[in-house]
Every structure is written in structure tokens, then in C-alpha cells.
Design a protein around this ligand. Structure first.
Ligand SMILES: [Zn+2]
Length: 124
């Protein structure tokens, strides 16, 4: 499985600096194409988990809808490895789609099928 990531989104993801808590946001696009990434406040302000601010998410949904884009996934940072935590996997059940996780060293994408599968990210 493969997702196409626009150059702008890729550059944005690479520019996200690590803080002492996880940063997170939404991915918008169409189908398997990711065309926009937006940062949303992590209301948990935690180094090991994130929860998107519902208010900011709602605003982002509305803006995306105006541009005719759909939510295709979420992104967040990990202070350690870019692999899904147990909580991420539970989250993937409730929020299917592409999950991009960024560590200091790498950017990786996952989807939940029967189990978590890493997907190829093709930069356009
Ligand atoms: Zn995580």
C-alpha cells in the first residue's frame, strides 16, 4: 500500500521540531493523496500521547471542506521511535486512515488492516 504525499506536506512534516511533548495534527487530501497538513493543539501536552483539540479539529474540518478536501489521516511526533504505541493502535481503530509518525530521525506511515501495516510514502 502506498500514499502520495505532496512536496509541501513533506516539507512541513520535516520542519516540525520536536518539543518535550508530542505534536500532532490532521492530514487532508483525496483518496490516497495527502495534500495538506495542519497542526492541531495536543491538549494532553504529554511526551507519550496526544489528543487533538476538538475545537481546532472542527475548524480544520470546515476549512478542508471548503477546499473540497477530506480527512485522510493524522500525524504526530514521537520523542522516541516512529512506531505506533499501544494507544496509537487503539486510536487507529477509531480513526482509520493514514497515521504518520515522526521521530527525530524518520517519518513513517501506517494503516490498520487486520494488524498495523507500514505503508510506503511517495513524495510528489
Ligand atoms: Zn504515538
Amino acid at each position: 500500500m502506498k500514499f502520495k504525499i505532496s512536496r509541501d506536506v513533506w516539507d512541513f512534516l520535516r520542519s516540525v521540531e520536536q518539543k518535550d511533548f508530542e505534536r500532532c495534527g490532521l492530514l487532508f487530501g483525496r483518496g490516497d493523496s495527502v495534500l495538506q497538513a495542519i497542526e492541531i493543539e495536543n491538549i494532553k501536552k504529554s511526551p507519550v500521547e496526544f489528543e487533538l483539540s476538538p475545537l481546532e479539529s472542527l475548524k480544520a474540518f470546515e476549512e478542508a471542506e471548503e477546499k473540497n478536501l477530506e480527512v485522510v489521516g493524522v500525524w504526530h511526533t514521537h520523542l522516541q521511535n516512529a512506531v505506533p504505541s499501544a494507544k496509537d493502535i487503539r486510536g487507529m481503530r477509531n480513526f482509520p486512515g493514514l497515521w504518520i509518525i515522526m521521530s527525530r530521525k524518520e517519518i513513517r506511515g501506517y494503516v490498520l488492516e487486520q494488524e498495523v501495516v507500514e505503508v510506503e510514502l511517495e513524495i510528489l
